[in-house]
Design a protein around this ligand. Sequence first.
Ligand code: UDP
Length: 328
Amino acid sequence: MNVLVTGAAGYIGSHAVRMLLDAGHQVTAIDNLSRGHWQAVDRRATFCRLDLAQTDELAEVLARSRTDCVMHFAALAYVGESVAEPLLYYHNNTAGTISLLRAMTAAGVMRMVFSSTCATYGQPEQTPIVETAPQHPINPYGWSKRFIEQILSDFAIAQPQFAFVALRYFNVAGAAADGTLGEDHRPETHLIPLVLQTALGLREAVTVFGVDYPTADGTCIRDYIHVEDLCTAHLLAMECLRPGEARFYNLGIGRGYSVREVIESARRVTGRDIAVRYGARRPGDPAVLYADATKINRELGWKPQYTELDAIVESAWRWHSSHPDGYL
Ligand code: UDP
């Protein structure tokens, strides 16, 4: 298939581009490079530096590349930043997706796999979280994605040829098996990279945000899903798209690990000491988040290959230890 990937220079998009190419698809990779790294984009893809707001240019690229399906990863994804600058998030993520849908309509492209997030659930009433759980986001980032889900649903009703799958990610982690692609956020806010950068001596210590949660060891529990397992799900989702399909799937491994367990795992994997400080809770962090991913398993046959935390951390370590400065 001809696939256009937005956010192709980002952490997840860059892994998806490579996996699509390896599976024999033709890939057009677009990114505005505001946060992504051009070095992460596989050279076999056709790269265009474009912003989602450039509707006409997007339509032209979609038509020229004879795109069959769009994989839409492009988004700003810092919760704290979204609270400080909500308009930036609604503009880039939500309005950007409207622009992309207009471009797709103009070019006659009617299939999309959309990167959504478990942040659309907010503080869950129950775990594991199922797709039918109430969606009450607690920050503009979560709302920006929740709105997109609604827009996609409405658009699918108005345009019976349109089909989409929205994948609600839990905590994406790890790196390409060969260690040549990985996570490089600036600033970095995610736990596993921060812990591994501490192991490398790039940071003095990692701060645990809260030890008084109602969990076994007092720290937050999250569902860490490997980036390659996540990308595999996108390929499966793309293949199931038929006119009129509107599907939502949770993507996690279905079990959670605590912050302390992540740090212990990193100590085992790296064989290094990792200094820890204990700090206050981070506002807006639910105690426990993990997915019920049985729906995607049942309907698309998706199963994670990485189910053990050490294996996920080990793959992230391969990237961080060989690229301490990230993409240069
Ligand atoms: N966390 C932490 N210290 C940090 C960064 C994160 O204790 O420096 C915790 C955070 O409170 C959460 C978990 O690690 O419980 C995962 O956080 P991350 O930012 O990686 O992902 P999120 O769950 O926010 O999507």
